[in-house]
Structures are given as structure tokens and as C-alpha cells.
Design a protein around this ligand. Structure first.
Ligand code: GLU
Ligand code: ZN
Length: 298
């Protein structure tokens, strides 16, 4: 792979150095990265709680990042809603909230460099050509690609992942044909540049791990520790019905529930406190048995 931090142009090297500095300035920097597609539902909030608890138990920092690159899916008012729900629950974040939409220049700088290094290729596969393939089948890998329009479409860009890559992630999509930076790429660049040491997220994102690790490898950067927490279950351990799991805080608040009720409920579902507990997020921090907590996010 061509990129290694030595050959990296100065402006990108600065990103790496800043990230490294942030990482060593504290031993733990976590992040929570919701997409503003609507209000956070209880499943998202449980993940936010786990991520916040781990950071605070470690005496570390917790960064709020909004994954708002996929503009067509963003909902007006969702960012403010997410922030006010987290605040209401007492899940406070450090540093100003990071918006991915404000960082497109950073992603583009990395993409340009990778492209100049020959680490990317243009992919013009149609949705139909890719249907049924779990892993990119490599159609365009060796084609003499270019970035311009062809049949009125721009190409997508993929990272050349070595064929013997043990993760079998295939050639990872880094820029979509609608010219939006792909989630995998933006998230990896952000973990590096923001100096993230630990990611706690739901186990529904486990599938995205191989692709993301392949990007860290290609950039010659160490990945953060990844922890995938349990998805929301009811007290009997069953997966919650979509209707309940997808409900946000609004109906609960309308019914007069307070933050302590919601934190107590989420924490008891995670077996961190007995059922029926009412407590604030900061009280929960003092209650937790670190061993029980550790076993939750592997
Ligand atoms: N923004 C992505 C989501 O909400 C998640 C990102 C992540 O935690 O890696 O599904
Ligand atoms: Zn292709």
C-alpha cells in the first residue's frame, strides 16, 4: 500500500499529528455518532448511555459527532432534538459538537491524496451489477478509470484492498457516485483526526467493522478499540418490538416520566441496577460495578 505517514503531504500529516496529540492528552476519548435522520429512539439512547458511561468511568472525554453527510436522509430539527434529548438525560459531551457536513474539505483532501497514490479506483458498476454480491466482485478494479461523467454519471470510488486481506471486506466504497463521502471513510478519517481511542456502538454495526479496519490499514493508522454493545431488549430479554424500540423520548416525557425514570429503565434492562430503579446518569456512574459493565461491551 502506498500511503504511509512518511510520504503523506504536510497538510495531512498535520491532521495525523493533531489526532495523535489528542489521543495521548487523555487516555480515553470516546465518541457517540448518531445520524440526524429523526429523534433518537430508545435503542440509540441505550447505546449513547453505554458509550457515555464507558468514557466517564475511564475518566475520559466523550465527543458528540453528528453523521449528517447523507443529506437526503437528514431531517430538519433532528440535530437540535438529539442534543436536547442527550442533555435532558444528563449525557454531557466535551468540546463543541462535530458536524461531518462541516468536514467535507478534510475528507476530500484525504481522498485526493489516496487517489494520487493510486490507492483508489473509479467504479461505474450499476446497482444491478452489484446486486447479490456481499463483497465487491472487482469488476472495475483494473479498468482505466477516470473521474469524469460517463453516461451522465460520476463514478463511485473504491479503495483497493489487497486480495489476501483476511477480513474479506472487498474493495471498500469511499466515495459514492452522488459525490457524497461514504460513511466508512468519513468515520475512519474522523476517528483518526479526532484522536478517538474507543468506539462504543450497537452490535448492529458489527458488519461495518471489516471495511473500516481495512481503511485504517490502508492509511497505516492504528484503529481505536471497538466495542459493540447489546441491542435494546425487554425485561424478559426479548428483542423489543419495533414500535417500542423506535419510540423516542417525546411520548415518555408527555406521560410525565423524568430523566431518572428513563435512565433507571435503560440501566435495569442492561442489568446494571435492579428493576424499578430511578437515578440520574451521574448517580448511575457511582452505582456501577465496573466488572459487570465491562462484560456488556465486548
Ligand atoms: N452514524 C451511524 C449510525 O447512526 C453510526 C456510526 C458509528 O457509531 O460508527 O448508524
Ligand atoms: Zn465497479
Amino acid at each position: 500500500m502506498p500511503p504511509g505517514s512518511q510520504q503523506c503531504p504536510d497538510h495531512l500529516l498535520e491532521h495525523l499529528i493533531r489526532g495523535q496529540r489528542l489521543r495521548v492528552s487523555v487516555s480515553y476519548r470516546g465518541r457517540y455518532a448518531p445520524s440526524p435522520t429523526g429523534a433518537l429512539h430508545l435503542g440509540n439512547l441505550q447505546t449513547a448511555l453505554l458509550s457515555w458511561l464507558q468514557a466517564r468511568l475511564a475518566g475520559g472525554q466523550w465527543i458528540l459527532r453528528i453523521d449528517d453527510l447523507d443529506c437526503p436522509r437528514n431531517r430538519p430539527g433532528a440535530i437540535e432534538r438529539i442534543q436536547s434529548d442527550l442533555r435532558w438525560l444528563g449525557l454531557d459531551w466535551d468540546e463543541p459538537c462535530v458536524l461531518q457536513s462541516a468536514r467535507t474539505g478534510v475528507y476530500d483532501a484525504w481522498l485526493n491524496w489516496l487517489r494520487r497514490c493510486g490507492a483508489l479506483f473509479a467504479c461505474r458498476c450499476t446497482r444491478r451489477q452489484l446486486a447479490g454480491h456481499m463483497v465487491y466482485p472487482g469488476h472495475c478494479r483494473d479498468a482505466a478509470g477516470h473521474w469524469g461523467l460517463e453516461r451522465e454519471r460520476f463514478p463511485a470510488w473504491r479503495l483497493k484492498v489487497p486480495c489476501n486481506d483476511p477480513r474479506n471486506s472487498g474493495d471498500v466504497l469511499v466515495r459514492r457516485s452522488d459525490r457524497i463521502t461514504a460513511y466508512h471513510f468519513a468515520t475512519v478519517i474522523d476517528e483518526i483526526c479526532l484522536g478517538i481511542t474507543d468506539v462504543v456502538r450497537g452490535s448492529d454495526l458489527l458488519d461495518s467493522l471489516p471495511s473500516q479496519l481495512s481503511i485504517f490499514d490502508a492509511l497505516g493508522q492504528e484503529s481505536p478499540r471497538f466495542h459493540h454493545g447489546p441491542l435494546l431488549r425487554d425485561q424478559a430479554g426479548r428483542k423489543l418490538s419495533k414500535r417500542i424500540a423506535s419510540a423516542g423520548l417525546e411520548p415518555l416525557r408527555t406521560n410525565g416520566l423524568e430523566a431518572a425514570d428513563v435512565i433507571g429503565e435503560m440501566a435495569s434492562r442492561l442489568s446494571l441496577v435492579p428493576a424499578g430503579s430511578r437515578l440520574s446518569a451521574s448517580e448511575l456512574l457511582l452505582e456501577i460495578d465496573p466488572k459487570v459493565f465491562q462484560s456488556l461491551c465486548s
